[in-house]
Design a protein around this ligand. Structure first.
Ligand code: ATP
Length: 453
């Protein structure tokens, strides 16, 4: 019945994301703002589901990680201590002809990619955004928008040790916005100037850092696989010596095969005691941990898995995207993992006739408190199925005229397009089971197979 059509491209994804309310350009009616994006009604649900899945696996399901939500604006001394004021920069070159700016380390030739013009010598360009605290624009009041969430964790290390009663090894997790004045943005939401990070700093006893790095690389890789990303599209890449930050003992990237090629999704680094040492020196406050087993004071080492929310969303969109030809018509579908799908169930009355609509609304009212449910009574049923496929909705529930007689409804599965018919009182539990992974053809009492593609 169905056969595979084209592959995902960034153009197709951008246009579908706009059409179905996943992602819009920021300030769209004013022509946008470079490197900034807005998440629409479908996009925000997908993004929240990604963040919830991360929080569940990193914080909720473990007893050795706690959460935090630190401020975006921090004391500017934080960024001196962390090395960002002095060193968080990329080499910038400018075209002498068209004046476009480029990241020198991303160019393959020493000429302007836009016009072929001659380029200036590279200069270091700091990626931190500056702003001002208070009404006077003077240097003393300059603060930065954080370029990563991690520093909010390091500076709270002692607060957490003193209040959470956690002993090593333990981690602190944070999800939040970060800002970088990237020289070149692009590839949709892959590299933007305002983005969200999911970071966790795992504090360990020196000497155990190597095994914890391996552990977290494996854990984080498995997380993407569990969310349904195809293993073939994921890989680990170990940083070579020349790529490592001077303080780091080891670093792995988890990469995804995006339409533009293999690119970083997440970095997992062994940061040793660099961050705590820096903050201890600059603040003059001891950040040493007292180990009551060995009766020693020392600075813990840190293993940091640092992931981008937006890059995860992009990888999930790319991986779930599919085109097939069904009965000579193109079907575009997102095969999202049910936990990630923005809408879990759509309730579709076959017609708007009063008696059908009231039964469908009743069903909608029962399902809505249990999972993200949409009600759609516009256009022909086929069109509505296609729309839900493009939103990646795993199940559609159709109420038809026979439902008025037999009190049953049809469940249509997104991936197989197979259908079953089940008694309306059993709908909620059946859908809960299917969303948790049960085979469609395992039927509740009184249920039957309706359509097999
Ligand atoms: P890149 O080399 O791609 O610039 P990075 O190595 O500087 O990334 P990190 O500082 O390690 O990135 O940040 C951790 C994660 O935050 C990245 O793996 C990525 O998922 C996300 N991230 C970093 N910069 C951006 C950005 N400009 N837009 C979207 N996500 C980003």
């Amino acid at each position: 019945m169905s056969e595979k059509a084209g592959k995902v491209t960034m153009e197709k994804l951008v246009s579908l994301c706009q059409r179905r309310g996943f992602v819009f350009p920021s300030s769209d009616i004013y022509g946008g703002l470079s490197g900034c994006w807005d998440y629409g009604p479908a996009g925000i649900e997908l993004k929240r589901n990604v963040k919830e899945a991360w929080w569940r696996s990193i914080v909720q399901e473990r007893d050795d990680v706690v959460g935090i939500d630190s401020s975006i604006l921090m004391n500017p001394k934080v960024w001196e201590a962390s090395g960002h004021v002095a060193g968080f920069s990329d080499p910038l070159v400018e075209c002498k002809n068209c004046h476009l700016r480029w990241r020198a380390d991303q160019l393959t030739e020493n000429k302007c990619p836009a016009c072929g013009g001659e380029l200036t010598e590279p200069r270091q360009f700091n990626l931190m955004f500056k702003t001002f605290i208070g009404p006077v624009e003077e240097a003393a009041a300059t603060v930065y928008l954080r370029p990563e969430t991690a520093q909010g964790i390091f500076v709270n290390f002692m607060n957490i040790v003193n209040t959470s009663r956690k002993r090593l090894p333990f981690g602190v997790a944070q999800i939040g916005k970060s800002f970088r004045n990237e020289i070149t943005t692009g590839n949709f939401i892959f590299r933007s100037r305002e983005f969200e990070q999911m970071e966790m700093e795992f504090f360990v006893k020196p000497g155990t850092d190597g095994q914890w790095l391996d552990y977290w690389v494996q854990e984080r890789f498995n997380w993407y696989v569990k969310l349904g990303i195809k293993k073939d599209n994921l890989r680990r890449r170990e940083h070579g010596q020349e790529e490592l930050a001077h303080y780091a003992r080891g670093c792995f990237d988890i990469e995804y095969l995006f339409p533009m090629g293999w690119s970083e999704l997440e970095g997992i680094a062994n940061r040793c005691d660099f961050d705590l040492k820096q903050h201890m020196t600059h603040s003059g406050k001891s950040l040493e941990y007292y180990d009551d087993e060995t009766k020693e004071h020392y600075l813990p080492y840190i293993i940091e898995p640092s992931a981008g929310v937006d890059r995860s969303v992009l990888a999930i969109l790319c991986d779930a995207y599919d085109e097939e030809t069904v009965n000579d018509e193109l079907r575009v579908v997102f095969h999202f993992h049910p936990d990630l799908a923005p809408v879990k169930v759509a309730v579709l009355p076959l017609s708007r006739k009063e008696n059908l609509a009231s039964l469908a609304k009743e069903v909608y009212g029962v399902l809505r408190p249990c999972f993200a449910t949409q009600y759609d009574d516009t256009q022909a049923i086929g069109r509505r199925y296609r729309r839900q496929d493009e939103l990646g909705t795993p199940y559609c529930v159709t109420i038809d005229f026979a439902s008025l007689e037999d009190n049953m409804a049809t469940i249509r599965e997104r991936d197989s397009m197979n259908q079953i018919r089940v008694p309306i009182p059993a709908l909620k539990d059946t859908l809960l089971a299917k969303l948790a992974g049960e085979d469609l053809f395992i039927l509740p009492e009184g249920g039957k197979i309706w359509k097999q593609e």
